[in-house]
Design a protein around this ligand. Structure first.
Ligand SMILES: Cc1cc2nc3c(=O)[nH]c(=O)nc-3n(C[C@H](O)[C@H](O)[C@H](O)COP(=O)(O)OP(=O)(O)OC[C@H]3O[C@@H](n4cnc5c(N)ncnc54)[C@H](O)[C@@H]3O)c2cc1C
Length: 588
């Protein structure tokens, strides 16, 4: 049995996935249910091929050599189905951006890490393709900057925005020292980056990477963990190796049943991403579905497609909502079309998606991009992802912690997710550090469980500034940049564009926040209301008639209606009060 499982695990080309319940199930599922029913299982990123088009993925970037085998790692099975004898210091669920980075970092610290990932082949997805400079700085701080090398990543230095035929360009505020340190954004194929992180983790002598699907968390006796009150702390994970496989885009039952394993550690870190099946028991989350991103790849050199500002993100403030372009290799540009939840999701199969992009979106994007977008649409290689927002609200469970998208999500408009995840990892690393490499209490063999719990609490207390600032900005900007029937909100959208177009300090502050270089939430609120006041001022000049004063007040009220619920959701105390004061108030 074990022998044949081993053979199946190393069989290179079969993509293995398992059905994990989508957390869409627990919240409003309307957004995702608008997908064609024939699309893939609801928990996977939707790959939608239409119009008989071929599905071409360009992998011939200048410094990128694709791995020879699709599954390049060789895994061995655990020595027993219940690994009680082999306690790991840390178990990580998922080797995506957060899990794989964390495995490298904790392995470097000397901790014995088990990381279980359900699919070790290179992911092909439209998420996590632009790492902001603040995120790149964190990557460097964690010693992982080599993971954006040799993947044909492009450097990104700022943004160009478009509205009604006007343009505004904003550069990241990078001083000479930062430029000398090669700080800039990086954009790439997400799968290539993730695979580099996994390769690094796989090469770390303290890290064991296994391909398996984690089914549930376990208590001390190996049975399912449900909650702390009845089961005590989390003691580890139960996971399946082998089983169902993807063949020609269909999920088929494997010839053999999957084999179940149980592993134990004093700390389990759940990094199972956007569609997390494990977060439900570890957090009380409210998940919103503001929109979907539909992705296309435009073939051609970024300089050909995007012109002189090729090394920038491009945001079209369109109707009904923004459209993004950014380079992802020296030969490709990504286009992401946002489809807000109030718009009926067009279908690929009946051609309405192509029609929507060609007729509604294409006329709004810069002229030089249009022919490339048209070709991409005709090729029909659409991919879609639901965009979710979810403030962090952990239950503070003994022995377990959430990280990455399973913990906290924001609208991906500003490309902030990976920066938050890396920033959280840096914070967590430093709060765990005083416990020593293996969490052991002095000379004794026992794990310092209360010390670990204290470190987790410290992490929750100290992660707040960068994460909450990036989350709030992303969610607020998405609301501001989405067309609205409310004249106050619409005026705010115009004002925001004109404010950024002023350049200098007006643009520098917001772009520093967006890039993750400035984590101060007070600066965020100041700029947000400065835009609203600027918008009011625009209305009152040249003559402040009563109608114009009324419209001005609507701008201010629109701004307040946007920012207050978002800040409330993230937690006003968390956002504006330092950890020491919050602790005194009993609020982490
Ligand atoms: C449309 C879209 C675009 C985005 N664009 C950007 C961007 O440009 N820049 C940016 O910074 N952020 C972006 N983000 C956010 C970013 O993708 C995430 O913040 C980031 O990928 C989070 O990393 P993660 O490790 O938590 O999740 P992931 O990278 O998704 O990794 C989760 C891993 O867990 C594995 N897994 C899941 N369940 C199990 C299980 N039961 N057992 C074992 N393994 C499991 C998965 O296979 C996967 O490898 C975007 C998000 C979306 C939705």
């Amino acid at each position: 049995m074990a022998g044949s499982l081993m053979k199946r695990m190393s069989s290179s080309f079969k993509k293995k996935k398992s059905i994990v319940k989508d957390d869409d199930d627990e919240t409003n599922a309307s957004a995702s249910s608008s997908f064609p029913s024939s699309s893939v299982s609801s928990n996977e990123e939707k790959k939608m091929t239409g119009g008989g088009g071929n599905t071409k993925t360009n992998t011939n970037g200048s410094d990128y050599v694709p791995p020879k085998k699709r599954n390049e790692f060789t895994f061995t099975l655990p020595s027993s189905s219940d690994e009680r004898d082999q306690k790991w210091d840390v178990i990580i669920v998922g080797a995506g951006v957060a899990g794989a980075s964390l495995a490298c970092v904790l392995g470097d610290e000397g901790r014995k890490v088990l990381c279980v990932e359900r699919d070790a082949t290179t992911p092909e997805r439209i998420v996590g393709e632009l790492l902001q400079p603040g995120g790149y700085k964190k990557l460097k701080e964690l010693g992982l900057e080599s993971c954006v090398e040799n993947i044909d990543a492009q450097k990104v230095y700022g943004y160009t925005m478009y509205k009604d035929g006007e343009e505004a360009t904003m550069m990241y505020p990078l001083d000479e020292q930062s430029l000398n340190d090669d700080i800039a954004g990086r954009s790439f194929h997400n799968g290539r980056f993730v695979q580099q992180l996994r390769r690094k983790a796989y090469g770390n002598k303290n890290v064991t990477l296994r391909e398996g699907t984690v089914k549930f968390l376990v208590k001390e006796n190996g049975e399912t963990w449900n909650d702390e009150a009845n089961d005590g702390g989390v003691a580890g994970i139960a996971y399946d190796i082998g089983g169902d496989e993807w063949v020609n885009g269909q999920l088929v039952a494997g010839k053999e049943k999957p084999k179940r394993f149980t592993s134990y550690a004093p700390l389990t870190i759940v990094c199972d991403g956007h569609f997390s099946s494990l977060r439900k028991k570890l957090a009380d989350n409210k998940i919103d579905h503001p929109s979907h991103f539909v992705g296309l790849i435009l073939d051609g050199a970024p300089s050909e497609i995007l012109g002189e500002n090729a090394n920038q993100g491009h945001v079209v403030l369109g109707d009904p909502s923004p459209v993004l372009f950014y380079p992802i290799s020296s030969k490709e540009v990504r286009c992401l079309v946002d489809i807000p939840s109030h718009v009926k999701m067009p279908r690929v199969k009946d051609g309405s998606m192509a029609k929507y992009v060609l007729e509604k979106i294409l006329p709004q994007v810069p002229k030089r991009v249009q022919p490339y977008l048209k070709i991409a649409v005709e090729r029909g290689d659409f991919k879609a992802m639901p965009n979710k927002t979810m403030p962090a609200n952990p239950k503070r469970t003994k022995g377990a912690v959430l990280l990455g998208d399973s913990f906290n999500m924001r609208h991906p408009l500003t490309g902030g997710g990976m920066t938050v995840a890396l920033s959280d990892i840096a914070t967590f690393k430093s709060t765990l550090q005083p416990l020593g490499p293996s969490f052991r209490d002095g000379q004794s063999d026992a794990y310092n469980i209360s010390g670990i719990q204290k470190a987790v609490d410290e992490f929750y207390a100290h992660r707040t500034r960068p994460a909450l600032t990036i989350n709030t900005l992303a969610n607020a900007l998405y609301k501001v940049f989405t067309k609205s029937e409310n004249s106050g909100m619409e005026e705010m959208r115009k004002a925001c564009f004109q404010y950024l177009k002023l350049g200098g300090g007006y643009a520098r502050g917001p772009i520093a926040l967006l890039s993750g270089l400035d984590p101060n939430p007070l600066n965020l609120v100041t700029h947000f209301f400065a835009v609203a006041v600027f918008g009011m001022g625009r209305l009152l000049v040249p003559l402040p008639t009563p109608e114009r004063c009324w419209e001005g007040l609507k701008v201010l009220s629109g701004a307040t209606q946007i920012i207050v619920p978002i800040v409330n959701g993230e937690g006003i105390l968390r956002m504006f009060f330092p950890a020491t004061i919050r602790r005194r108030l009993g609020y982490i």
